[in-house]
Design a protein around this ligand. Structure first.
Ligand code: FAD
Length: 459
């Protein structure tokens, strides 16, 4: 880092910034560039603590924070630049939200890889190399990206194509914003005939039944995800509801829905009240909720026609739902272990249940093939994501223990969700870290791009 970099007049107000989990807020100057030239100016004049881009702040931990430095709010750099609806590609600016993209694309017969919320930006989706319910078929968001423009820490704006500069491409895809600011990107879309998903749901009585159902028939579905009741014990351990689906064809949807087969205008139904008491989510409330959720699904049903929004983004129905966890916030622990390490998944669910750690909506997914991103999270195997309120001091120790188990099994935690793992774990979890560092150092020798996550994990 050059010691004499000036504090630029453009620096925005000092603002307390949170990740979605709300556990480790820090103050930074928050500036909102309106043009690429503004972004260039800000990065070129970044303060000593550096700069990092921020999208819609849906990373759970500290990835889009930069204590004492500059945070570049990229959400005003938004909008669709170009679309080729014959071939199914779109070019959008880095701050464009997937919500905005879907509202434009779905009525035109196209869809894209989406995480569990539409409120993420294109830049955030690439930086975390996000996955959705269809990873076993489509891979990550990065697998659909053809090229992007990157504003690097040296102030250069580079056109990066996946075929001509694979190193920079795959260091940036999953690189948590630390190789530069993504100004825009061109990516491939998924064709759809309607705005509906044809869904099959089944209850699985325990974890083995769940693994078996996913292994034997995930291939028949483009989308697959299981909700696990982490409070169930004994012979019910790992019970849950498996939901899988494919895009519905026009002639599969009921006549009454055909006139609006392409309309997409989801609305939020409610807003969570301002911060609720921290103790509200406890093992009792969660147990009751999980029991209700398990029972509400009939043992199995096939072929229900669900709106895309409801199938992929049920949590988006409630604005700012993260506030129900109260002031202390919550951690989302998401790990992946390779196939063959099913026992690690079982042991972690068992520990959650035995230690009475309240966690609702634990989500299990079976990943497809390895991703080329140097720091991308998915590997072929099982991933479990669990939300746990921060209410006890022993949580940190428990999660450190889980990290050990995950590493022993050859797995890793997801950086976009992480707020607490230790730097010494990173080499084991992400063996391509040295390769990534070499590309990052060549692009940004002074480490102008920096974040709380980068400092915490010594990236
Ligand atoms: C309810 C919910 C469900 C989720 N479900 C999933 C899921 O199913 N699968 C999944 O993979 N993830 C999931 N996530 C995580 C989310 O997809 C990622 O954290 C994503 O990166 C958030 O995008 P964002 O625009 O909010 O970025 P932020 O959270 O603001 O930032 C995340 C990272 O992206 C970087 N970044 C943002 N914009 C740019 C840019 N223009 N240029 C360069 N870097 C940039 C930041 O520096 C930071 O490192 C979920 C999150 C929530 C809250």
């Amino acid at each position: 880092m050059s010691p004499d970099r000036a504090t630029p007049p453009l620096l925005g107000d000092e603002t307390l910034l949170y990740g979605w989990g709300g556990t480790a807020p820090t103050r930074a100057h928050l500036a909102t560039p309106l043009t690429n030239a503004d972004a260039h100016h800000l990065v070129s004049a970044a303060p000593k603590r550096g700069v990092v881009a921020r999208g819609l702040g849906r990373a759970y931990g500290d990835a889009a924070q930069n204590a004492g430095g500059l945070v570049l709010d990229a959400t005003a750099l938004s909008g669709i630049i170009d679309a080729d609806l014959e071939r199914g590609t779109v070019t959008a600016r880095g701050g464009t939200s997937l919500d905005e993209l879907m509202r434009w694309l779905i009525p035109r017969g196209w869809f894209l890889i989406t995480p569990g919320t539409r409120y993420v930006t294109v830049g955030g989706a690439i930086a975390s190399d996000i996955h959705g319910k269809g990873h076993h078929v489509d891979g990550t968001f990065g697998n659909k990206v053809q090229s992007f423009r990157l504003l690097t820490g040296t102030g250069e704006i580079r056109n990066i194509h996946r075929d001509t500069e694979p190193d920079v491409f795959w260091a940036t895809t999953g690189g948590m914003g630390l190789t530069g600011v993504i100004l825009d990107a061109t990516f491939e879309l998924i064709p759809t005939e309607t705005r509906f998903i044809r869904v099959d749901e089944e209850r699985c009585a325990d974890l083995d039944a769940m693994f078996a159902a996913m292994e034997s028939s995930d291939a028949e579905y483009r989308y697959s995800v299981a909700w696990i009741d982490c409070g169930a014990r004994g012979r019910h351990l790992g019970r849950g509801v498996l939901g899988r689906g494919n895009h519905a064809f026009f002639d599969e949807i009921p006549k009454a829905k055909q006139a609006r087969a392409h309309t997409f205008g989801p609305r939020q139904l409610a807003i969570a009240p301002p911060l609720m008491p921290s103790g509200l989510i406890n093992s009792w409330t969660v147990k009751a909720f999980n029991e209700f959720w398990y029972r509400k699904t009939r043992v199995s049903h096939r072929g229900s026609i669900q709106d895309i929004g409801l199938f992929f983004h049920p949590l988006d129905l409630v604005d700012e739902w993260n506030r129900v966890y109260g002031r202390r916030g919550f951690v989302q622990y998401q790990f992946v272990v390779p196939f063959g390490a099913e026992n690690t998944v079982r042991q972690i669910i068992e520990a959650l249940s035995n230690e009475n750690l309240p966690s609702f909506l634990a989500v299990l997914k079976r990943f497809g093939p390895e991703n080329p991103g140097m720091l991308s999270f998915p590997i072929p195997g099982w991933t479990l994501a669990v939300d746990i309120p921060v209410s006890r001091t022993s949580l940190a120790r428990t999660l450190d223990r889980f990290d050990e188990m995950v590493m022993q099994a050859g797995g890793r935690v997801y950086l976009a969700k992480d707020a607490r793992t230790r730097p010494e774990n990173l080499d084991t979890m992400y063996p391509r870290l040295p390769e990534w560092r070499a590309v990052r150092d060549a692009l940004d020798p002074d480490h102008v791009l920096n974040s709380d996550l980068a400092r915490r994990l010594d990236l």
